[in-house]
Write a protein that binds this ligand. Sequence first.
Ligand code: PBG
Length: 332
Amino acid sequence: MSSLQGGANPGFARGRRLRSTPAMRRWTAQTRVSPADLVLPVFVKEGISAPQPISSMPGVVQHTRDSLRQAAHEAAEAGISGLMLFGIPAEKDAVGSQADAADGIVNVALQDLRADLGDELVLMADLCLCEYTDHGHCGVVTPAGVVDNDPTLDRYAAVAIAQAQAGAHVIAPSGMMDGQVAAIRAGLDSRAFTETPILAYAAKYASGFYGPFREAAEGAPQFGDRSTYQMDPPNTAEALREVRQDLAEGADAVMVKPAGPYLDIVAAVAGAVDVPVAAYQVSGEYAMVEAAAANGWIDRERAVLETLTAIRRAGAGSVLTYWAVEAARWLR
Ligand code: PBG
């Protein structure tokens, strides 16, 4: 039998034959990334008069209500599928009251965007309390400083209803409380939002890659960390269990987060479920490429597109990425 270098044998398929031109490579590509695969996370902050840059995420800002409207128009223009909204209130308190206040920043921003864009983009509302609580945890805490699961569920249900009322098309709980999907589903259904889907951040790891986001959303925990509710990085089986649990509770779609360092989890989840799977390319993944590119150590556009392709190749149907609009323009 001819060896692997045995180019003389005309019976062997040879890898290079199908890589010879850009057109040939385009024809044989097994994974494509298109604007519709992308969702842009956005931050809107109360009480600022101009967009505020986020130093650890060059190119990303905290928006004013108006600059967010502009950014949303550009996102629609670029052809991406949706936005994931995060609000940063002027006043924080122990229970995160501004998350479900009708005039809370995220809820007025949802109203703005729904009025401007109707159903043109899928408006997703991140549902968590960490941007709204003075202690920075994702739920309410006991006097001993422990995040209290069940009282937090009541808060989540109230926030989901407020976000749906404000015009969110999708509710996306990211707090990793047990039972959060069931509680939110029940809350939405009780107010006739039976048609509002839930995208569950089902497999969300306690990750060091969220660092820059905590500057962006001003939601760093003031004590302790999130390791008692977010997942432990070494674990795989737990991700599948969390996903199954969220689906059993009524999730319509699931998310894995972070994305790049967790491609094995993306692949395992995509292989295990028959609902849409999203992956969140988080702030630290963004910051790493931006920092390397700023130093001239990496080809920025090429690296960005490679990360997005890899996440799609692992099996994610959609990718939440801070590069969504820029990448969509490259991909058109
Ligand atoms: C809130 C939330 C976080 C992110 C999305 N939703 C931060 C966290 O859990 O600490 C991180 C997103 C990013 O890093 O880009 N629960």
